[in-house]
Design a protein around this ligand. Sequence first.
Ligand SMILES: Nc1nc2c(ncn2[C@@H]2O[C@H](COP(=O)(O)OP(=O)(O)OP(=O)(O)O)[C@@H](O)[C@H]2O)c(=O)[nH]1
Length: 390
Amino acid sequence: MELSLSQYKTQLGELLTARSHAAAFNTTRATYLRTRIVALCYIWAALCALWIPVDALLLDESVTTLAILRLKLCAVLLFVGWTTSQRSTLNACRNAMFALVVSLNMFYMLSNHQLGYPHNIDAFSYCYNLLPFVYVVILTILPLTVKESVCVMLIIAASQIYVDTQSGALLSFDTIALYWLQTVVGFLVIWAQTSKLHMMLRLYRHATLDPLTGVYNRRMLLTLAKRDFENTRTKSRPYSVLLMDLDRFKRVNDRYGHHAGDIVLQAFTQAVQETQRKSDIFGRFGGEEFILFLPRCSANNAQLVADRIMTRVRDMGIEVEGVSEPLKVTTSIGISTSLCKSDDLSLILEQADQALFKAKNGGRDQSSTYDQEEDLVEDGQKRPWLELVN
Ligand SMILES: Nc1nc2c(ncn2[C@@H]2O[C@H](COP(=O)(O)OP(=O)(O)OP(=O)(O)O)[C@@H](O)[C@H]2O)c(=O)[nH]1
């Protein structure tokens, strides 16, 4: 499948910064980052302590001071690892990553200071000079945006330049050769990190979006809505649901073909997306049925949103190649609003479903709000919303 220029730009943009990433993707990436950062902290803490006897064997001086420094680094890394394992937001993971990199580099600067800034390749203490190289390489396992990655690399580069300035070796040939090597490795690491991110974004899209319309698929739609509904309901705010179904859609397919039907579905989703707020959750429930979840939206406002959508859909003239006239479609909408803390999502979906049934029976191209007094659908005919939501 060929990508258009705008798709390339979008993909490049989401690799450069996380600004356009969906909140649900951030949660997924945070989980992935967290396990890796915690593992890095614990493994590095263990290696740091295990190196103490090696120093004792191979270094003549500063062994005690270095051992204390190592134990301090160990404690900081264990603390960062433990606090990160308790958090799950992307910001917490980013902070942990910066804390990890800063503490490693503090150790690098202090240990080199203690050793008198070694830059003689024959001495064992030269290992300490190579630490930034290792710091860059271990970050390969993290799926980062270019911006995050460059920030981390800059911290490492700054501390390395500081140490090399102190040692007076900044402009020596071997230092320049090392910088050259490290820059190449740095680019490869950034490439590996963004490739991981790219792969994650692609897999996430395949697993959560409907391939035809690009909106959330049923599984993701209900997962996000369930989470959002629970948050909103604990704050005693209204929560509305619009269940939308295109009218006589089978006729579009039968008359103009499946391809025309697909274009109608795409035009419809675009029309709804243009009316939705950022906090609304919209997706395809299946076939020609869609759901719009409206957090903090009263019944009156939900009615206004439904009217706006119906007008917009009614006014659309959908151009299809090979069909002389633009196609016209309408939609019916079932509305339900939850005001009570004890409601659950499956109940308001069931109510919206009943309201939709009423709108269809009332002649289509209309909305209907759930009314407790009229229970139109028999229990046997109700959809198993509870199973779908859980
Ligand atoms: N083109 C296309 N058609 C689809 C897709 N998914 C479901 N459909 C069609 O949507 C139609 C749904 O038809 P029905 O359930 O009978 O409903 P309807 O014709 O819209 O009638 P009402 O809902 O009662 O107004 C069927 O013909 C399905 O084949 C799709 O992804 N693309």
